[in-house]
Each structure stands twice: as C-alpha cells, then as structure tokens.
Design a protein around this ligand. Structure first.
Ligand SMILES: Cc1ncc(C[n+]2csc(CCOP(=O)(O)OP(=O)(O)O)c2C)c(N)n1
Length: 563
C-alpha cells in the first residue's frame, strides 16, 4: 500500500508498540504532526527538547521499553543533545526522531539546517539520515532493534521534510538484517566455570551490582548467587533497585560518596565480582589503588567495557541474566561469616528520626527518608544531579525493583523532573517522586506547565539549600570556601506552584517535614514540596576525585580536625 512518509513512520511506531512520544514541533515536522492524531499514539508536548529526551529516558527505564522523543531540525535537534548523551552514557534505549530540511536543501545552510547526524554521532549507538520514504520502514525497524538489544542505547533517525511528505509503498519488515551487529548474550562457559572456581577459593568475596542487573532483569539470579555463595553486595548509583535494600547481604552504595564500610570492603576483598557495571571513576577513585587485593571477575554485555578501567582476571561477555543463570549452576555453597562480621564492624549506625527532629535546620536527608518511609509501593524515584542525588542514593531503603532513575554517567542537571514525567507515564500505578536540588529544578521549571497540561501526577521535592550545593561543597573543601557563582536566588515556590495550579508547600522546620511529604502524597495530582534545608551541609563520606580509599573523608569533624 502507498502512503506518505509521515504515515509510514506512524505505522512503524505503532508496530513497534510505541504509545507515547515526547516532543515539540517545528516547520519540518508539521507534516508528521498533521497525521499523528490518526494513530493511537499520545504526544506529550514538552517545553524544551532536552526534556523530551530526558522524559523518553525516564519512560524507557521505568517501563523497560524504548522511549521516543521527537524534535524539529536545527535548534530542536541540538536541544536534544544533552538528553541523548545522558541516555547514551546510562545505556538507555531511546529512539530520537528529528526533522531535517528537505533533501534538496541539505548542505546549503538552509534555515534551521544542522548536521544532526554529525552532531549526535558520538552520543548515539547508531544514527540514520533517511533519504527516501521507501527506506523509512526498514530504518525504523533497525533503529528499535539496535536501541533495545545488546547494550541498549539511543538511536537517532533524521528525516527530511520531503521524506515525510512524499509517498512510497509501505511494507513493514518482519526481521532485521544487520550482519555487523550481533550482540553476545550467553557468556563463555569456560570463563563462567573459572568464575565459579575463583569464587570457591575466595575468603573475602564481594559483588557489585550495576545497572546491567536492572536492564537484564537479573534480580532473582543475583539473589540466588548471593545466597548460595554468601556474598556481601554493594551497588553503584544505577545499581540501586537491582537487589533488595533490606536483604541482610546488602551493604549499599560504594564509590566517591559511598558508605565507609562499603569502600573498606572493596579495599580488602580478594575476589570482586562486577555485575553489569563499568568501573567508572566515581566507583573506583584512583585506579592504581582500587581493590588492591582482589582478582576481578567482570560480567558485562559490552566487550568494550571489559578491561577498560581495571585489569580483569575473568572476563565474561554476555547478558547478566543469562550469565548468572549459567554461573548459578556451578557456584558452590559457602559461608563467609567472618568476612561479613568484619564488614559489619565497619558500619556506622543509621541516624534515628530523633536526630533529624532535634536539629535547628532541616537535614537534607530528612525529607528523603520521609519520602521513602511514607510513599506507597511501588515507588519510583528520579533525581537531579548534585548533593541531593547522593543523599537520595545513600539513604535509599526501598525493596522495589527498578525503582531508581538518575543521570549517572553524564550527571545532567535538569534530569529529575522530565525523567519523572516519563516514568509516571510508563508506570501510572507507581508513586513517582522527582528529588531535585534548587539549581537543577530551576533548569526544569518550564515542564511544570507540561505536567499540568498533560495531568501527570508527579510529586516534586526540592532540597533547597540556596546554592549549587555540590559545587559549593567542592569550593568549601578544596577552594577555601570561595563561593563564586554558587549562591542562587530561589523564587517563592508556593506562588510558583499557584501560577501553574500545582499545590506547593514550603517548610523550613524539621517538625514540618513529615507533614509536607504526607500532604503532597495525599493530593491527587502533581504536587511540590520546597524544603529549605541547612545551607552548608556536606555529603559524607567523600573520596576526593582521583584519590584512593585511604584518602576518604569520613565526616565534617574528621575534615576540620587539626592535622
Ligand atoms: C547541566 C549541568 N551543568 C552543571 C553541572 C555541574 N554541577 C554538578 S552538581 C551542581 C550543583 C547542583 O546544584 P543543585 O541542583 O542545587 O543541587 P545540590 O547539589 O544543591 O543538591 C552543578 C552545578 C551539571 N552537573 N550539569
């Protein structure tokens, strides 16, 4: 059947199961918007294309599906860049559709022409410029396949205006034919057996759960491995939600702002099993001193990750779930009570609620803990980037799977609210919180308009410290408190909420925190709480950038103590 390119694209999207698109129109995409209402696809009009990409990212992660964003040529496409870079670094399957000037204009510096494929090449898993409507169906089929298979990632399809408008025969391909693209799913059996042997000899084994566990859905397999081999488990920032927080073998967050006991365990372990994670610098610190006593087993679907940062004794390339299913057949039951007791001895007791309530100013972890305590299951928490992100990660104590969405690799401020929007659309049954700093939230304020127009029930918590807090912390520690360009003005968030028709509460006393969280949860619709927290509170522990575990600053007292 013949149809215009715009309809071919929509037919393809429907066949790929797309129900929601985040976008903003422009001259070259009007032909697509003209026919979009004919198809069972909901278009969510964002207020900035960066937020379309972040929303598609949140949608993809929460829904375990492919997220789709749509932008016009030129500035629309360039606005997507940050969102695509974030999705790329965090291995999130997103298909970005951009309009392009008509084919006969390409290369003429036409109005709103940019080389979108060129600009996005290093931050996408693959990209296409479609020259003819007859190529659209194959291209879309391939794009979705590439985005969701192997190590997931964003794929861009750039479509000139005339390709939307001209007709071609429509046949949707049943299969893809990509001879150069064959991701490895099952690990090499010899390597898997070697990993089991190494684990059997270990006296101080340790596992680190990364994002790959959530992506591959290996929750049960990780648990079986941990319980058989008696492994203590740590999580990376994006590994949160991959292994139940309340499990007795869960020792939480490691790395730059990870727990003291977690980092000490890395320092002492003799076998380190990295599961679907990439040993990035926020996890390892100084590479030459990372896990100095350990033989490393690294499971990852992307062969490029193996040996990239740390020397690997046993590399296993494959899908985490499939590899662990196999590994579990060979792993010997073990008992590491002494090692576990040693890690336990490093643990500092968690603060009690009374600690928060007795303080004069609100402690930033307090609202985070209230959110975790009060929100009905299932919860999904998205964060922005900065100190609040680290507190939200450190104190995360929920057991739900796939409950945590954060811009880990790129660390893009402005991620929290739009990704929450996407997450809520993918998981309407979930209580979705965006935990933001006052800096990052001010980058996303325009999307308040979107959540009202589209009636997206997202709860927003601003940890308002009057500063770009994480940068202020570095200025405090390493630049003699020279607070240049970090104090920031904040609007009256209650009035801001009123302007958008969103109920909002500002609190600045510890005693009012729980009530504000409860009020936001009780409201049937988007709601905002602005918590004015202690302005100069620092995130501890901290391993300064490029330093080793022995350089870890454990507390404010330790940092300020005379040498
Ligand atoms: C787009 C972008 N610009 C700059 C930065 C650098 N940066 C990292 S954390 C941070 C401070 C964030 O402040 P805020 O949102 O108020 O959160 P807080 O650290 O106070 O919790 C900045 C500026 C970034 N990560 N992303």
């Amino acid at each position: 059947m013949e149809m215009i390119g715009a309809r071919i694209l929509c037919e393809c999207l429907v066949r790929e199961g797309v129900q929601t698109i985040f976008g903003l129109p422009g001259g070259v995409t009007i032909p697509l918007y003209d026919v979009l209402p004919e198809f069972p696809i909901r278009h969510v009009l964002v207020r900035h294309e960066q937020n379309a990409a972040h929303a598609a990212d949140g949608y993809a992660r929460a829904g375990q599906t492919v997220g789709v964003c749509l932008a016009t040529s030129g500035p629309g496409a360039t606005n997507l860049v940050t969102g695509l870079a974030s999705a790329y670094m965090d291995s999130v399957p997103v298909v970005a559709i951009t309009g392009q000037v008509a084919t006969h204009f390409i290369g003429s510096d036409a109005f709103q022409e940019t080389d979108t494929v060129g600009i996005t090449l290093p931050i996408t898993k693959h990209s296409y410029l479609v020259h003819h409507p007859a190529d659209l169906a194959r291209t879309v089929k391939e794009a979705f396949h590439i985005a969701r298979t192997g190590r997931p990632g964003p794929v861009l399809i750039d479509i000139p205006k005339d390709v939307f408008m001209n007709p071609a025969a429509f046949v949707y391909p049943q299969t893809v034919d990509l001879p150069g693209y064959k991701p490895t799913y099952s690990g090499h059996i010899r390597q898997i057996k070697e990993a089991a042997t190494l684990l059997a000899t270990a006296r101080k084994p340790l596992a680190i759960v990364g994002h790959g566990v959530t992506i591959s859905g290996a929750y049960q397999e990780v648990r079986q491995l941990v319980e058989t081999a008696d492994l203590p488990v740590l999580n990376t920032l994006l590994g949160i939600g991959g292994f139940p927080q309340s499990h007795p073998r869960n020792y939480g967050f490691l790395g730059m702002h990870g727990w003291v006991h977690a980092n000490k365990a890395v320092d002492e372990c003799d076998v380190l099993l990295g599961i679907g994670m990439r040993f990035d610098d926020r996890v390892t610190g100084k590479l030459s001193e990372f896990a100095p006593n350990a033989k490393i087993v690294h499971i990852d679907i992307d062969p490029a990750e193996i040996g990239k940062n740390v020397p690997t004794a046993v590399p296993i390339v494959g899908d985490v779930r499939q590899v662990l299913q196999e590994l579990n057949k060979y792993v010997q039951p073990a008992d590491h009570a002494d090692w576990i007791a040693r890690i336990e001895s490093w643990r500092t007791p968690r603060v009690q609620e009374s600690y928060y309530l007795e303080r004069a100013a609100v402690s930033p972890a307090h609202p985070v803990e209230e959110i975790y305590k009060q929100s009905p299951a299932p919860i999904v928490v998205t964060t922005d980037v900065g100190q609040h992100q680290m507190w939200a990660a450190q104190f995360f104590n929920r057991d739900e799977r796939n409950a945590w969405i954060s811009s880990g690799g790129l660390g893009a401020m402005g991620f929290g609210l739009p990704s929450a929007m996407g997450a809520k659309m993918a998981r309407p049954e979930a209580t979705v919180w965006a935990v933001c700093g006052d800096g990052g939230f001010q980058m996303s304020i325009p999307e308040l308009s979107t959540i009202v127009q589209e009636q997206i029930n997202v709860k927003i918590c601003i940890l308002n410290n009057g500063h770009l807090g994480m940068v202020r912390q570095w200025q405090d520690f390493f630049y003699k408190k020279n607070y240049v360009a970090t104090p920031i003005f904040n609007p009256d968030y209650v009035k801001l909420g009123e302007a958008y028709g969103i109920p909002a509460w500002t609190v600045n006393r510890p005693a009012d925190v729980a009530g504000a969280v409860a009020a936001a949860l009780a409201h049937d619709g988007p709601a905002l709480i602005n918590v004015e927290v202690a302005q100069e509170e620092n995130v501890y522990p901290m391993i300064p950038s490029g330093k080793a575990i022995k350089d870890m600053i454990e507390s404010e007292e330790a940092r300020l103590a005379p040498a």
